[in-house]
Design a protein around this ligand. Structure first.
Ligand SMILES: Cc1cc2nc3c(=O)[nH]c(=O)nc-3n(C[C@H](O)[C@H](O)[C@H](O)COP(=O)(O)OP(=O)(O)OC[C@H]3O[C@@H](n4cnc5c(N)ncnc54)[C@H](O)[C@@H]3O)c2cc1C
Length: 542
């Protein structure tokens, strides 16, 4: 039971297709795609396709920083232990080992590339974040780490490297011929369709936080890469695990402003409406407990008090310090009429990081030959059932680099180019849905997911959500040829996969909370839920 398989989403008539050919095609320009493209371009002919501008990525929004064992009291061993502890029994230890051991070198390389990390008296400033046993998070521009790193990588991409960059190019589907991924089909800004053939494809399309009504993710995070990998037959894993960030500004904005965990690292408190701290006594790290623990407790307090948010209190911290240390958060709040120095800020959990993704091995190779995945779209196994704060930028760097090293090996021995291939694309013309209908359907989907497939789920709520999504789809025409329609269908695909996977995991673990199975069940569930095209869910013990 589950979503019907469909190999290709697009049916844009039988008009002219443009063809291009590369050694490496990188889809996505966040930290993972940039790392892969800049590295691969040292030897190969590389193209990068991004559906939005290069600065319109989740990477650019990252605030807290990059976790890496670089401090005098830290070690990869400690970082390893913290990552495993947060991951609630589901981390792949080999992948975590590589993450923590190769991470510091990747951060030093970023610095050589021009990233200016914050330093004091010549030493890197290291921030504290939830579930890290020592200050470990390297940051830049106070709380503007993502845009500082992203800008440095973009600079490297456009100066000196030979990458052909196409912004505003919406990738519809991966192209598969003879069981190999041989490129991608994309829709350009003027509605033109392009077939980009490549000897290897790197999928780096980021997350899918937009399947929920409250999210910190930018509007580009619609799970396109997850959905196209699924349609291409790649094995997917852990799709039930969506991490909700505890402290997003409680508002109707899309996306909503994140109040970085580093604020709690510097001493801000979580309090209820009466100003009482509620994390003390719940976990030894209080406000800095792992995110899943904090979110669970927030939910309890909200239910207890009959409210839909709690508050973040930084009023006891020095105002000059807050302004200088957190320019993004302070400025963002001021723009919205809040004063971080003088008032408690309303916060509630928002979808933030999709742990589920395309299964890769330790070199970023997926189950589809020729297809790599890196960054948030991938499932390398480093996050287990709950990502440790600031480990995802690191994952994009470490595994983006490992992809490059493997590409070098693969391309040395592979055929020099991809021949023109028979693609079997659907050629019928479809009318599709108008923009207003698509926008309304997208909003209904997001609200439904928040209501019935969100932080706390049960068999009943998950089934209701699946039923409502089926009704929603039945009201719509199959997609025509507009990017917003494809985004909606991608969201729908991933939402359903998430709901089905969440129904299969009959326990509560990490970020997955079942009201009907409230306990963690190591005996039956210390394992992954995997899925592949046609929804043939295997529950695989690893
Ligand atoms: C507000 C916020 C703060 C965060 N702070 C931190 C932090 O401090 N530390 C940390 O480690 N992590 C943090 N994270 C998580 C982290 O930022 C992301 O996991 C990471 O940046 C993802 O990088 P990526 O390269 O996988 O994808 P992204 O940066 O999301 O880039 C995705 C790219 O794919 C492209 N794309 C998507 N679909 C298509 C398509 N159909 N066709 C063509 N292109 C497509 C997009 O245009 C974009 O270029 C934060 C997340 C958020 C939302």
């Amino acid at each position: 039971m589950g979503p019907a398989p469909r190999n290709y989403l697009a049916a844009c008539g039988d008009g002219d297709l443009r063809y291009s050919s590369y050694d490496v095609l990188v889809i996505g320009g966040g930290i993972a795609g940039l790392t892969a493209a800049v590295g691969a371009a040292r030897r190969w002919n590389v193209a990068m396709l991004t559906k939005a501008g290069l600065e319109n990525t989740t990477t650019f929004l990252a605030q807290g920083g990059v976790a890496a064992a670089m401090g005098p009291f830290d070690s990869p061993e400690l970082h390893f232990a913290d990552t495993l502890e947060a991951g609630a029994g589901l981390c792949d230890e080999e992948a975590v080992r590589l993450l923590v051991e190769e991470g510091p070198e990747r951060v030093r390389e970023l610095e050589h590339l021009g990233t200016r990390f914050d330093r004091r008296a010549g030493e890197l400033v290291l921030a504290s974040e939830g579930a890290h046993s020592v200050p470990r998070v390297v940051r830049a521009g106070g709380d503007a780490t993502g845009s500082v790193i992203g800008s440095a990588l973009i600079q490297a991409l456009i100066s000196g490297s030979r990458v052909e960059v196409h912004e505003g190019e919406f990738v519809l589907d991966l192209l598969i011929a003879d069981g190999r991924c041989v490129g991608a089909l994309s829709l350009g800004p003027e509605g033109e369709l392009t077939v980009s053939l490549a000897r290897a494809v790197v999928l780096a399309t980021g997350g899918a936080g937009q399947i929920y009504a409250n999210t910190t993710n930018p509007i580009v995070a619609t799970g396109d890469g997850h959905a196209m990998a699924w349609r291409a037959g790649a094995v997917m894993r852990d799709l039930e695990f969506m991490q909700f960030h505890p402290t997003a500004l409680h508002s109707d904005e899309n996306p909503t402003l994140l109040l970085t965990e580093a604020l709690r690292g510097e001493g801000a408190w979580l309090v209820d409406g009466a100003g009482r701290r509620f994390m003390e006594g719940v976990h030894p790290l209080a406000e800095l407990a792992p995110r899943d623990v904090v979110v669970r407790r927030m939910k309890e307090v909200m239910v207890r008090d009959g409210v839909d948010h709690v508050e973040l209190d930084a009023t006891h911290l020095a105002c000059d310090f807050l302004r200088e240390r957190f320019p993004t958060v302070h400025g963002g709040l001021t723009e919205r009429g809040f004063d971080l120095c003088r008032e408690r800020i309303p916060v509630s959990p928002a979808s933030h990081y999709y742990i589920g993704g395309v299964v890769t091995d330790l070199w970023g190779r997926t189950s589809v030959p020729g297809l790599y995945a890196a960054g948030e779209v991938s499932s390398t196994g480093v996050h287990g059932a709950n990502r440790l704060a600031s480990n995802s930028l690191l994952e994009g760097l470490v595994f983006g680099d490992r992809v490059v090293r493997d590409l070098d090996r693969l391309l040395e021995r592979a055929e020099p180019s991809v021949r023109k291939v028979k693609l079997d694309l659907p050629t019928e013309s479809r009318r599709g849905n108008d923009q207003a209908a698509t926008a309304a359907a997208t909003q209904r989907l997001r609200l439904e997911m928040s209501r019935n497939g969100g932080i706390v789920r049960s068999r009943e709520s998950l089934q209701q959500a699946l039923g409502h999504l089926a009704e929603l789809e039945a009201e719509l025409q199959p997609p025509g040829c507009a990017a917003t329609e494809f985004e909606f269908y991608n969201l729908l695909t991933i939402a359903r996969l998430l709901l089905v996977a969440a129904g299969i995991r009959e326990e509560s673990r990490g970020v997955h909370l079942r009201s009907d199975f409230p306990e963690r069940d190591n005996e039956d569930w210390q394992r992954h839920v995997r899925a592949r095209l046609g929804w043939d869910p295997e529950v695989v013990a690893e």
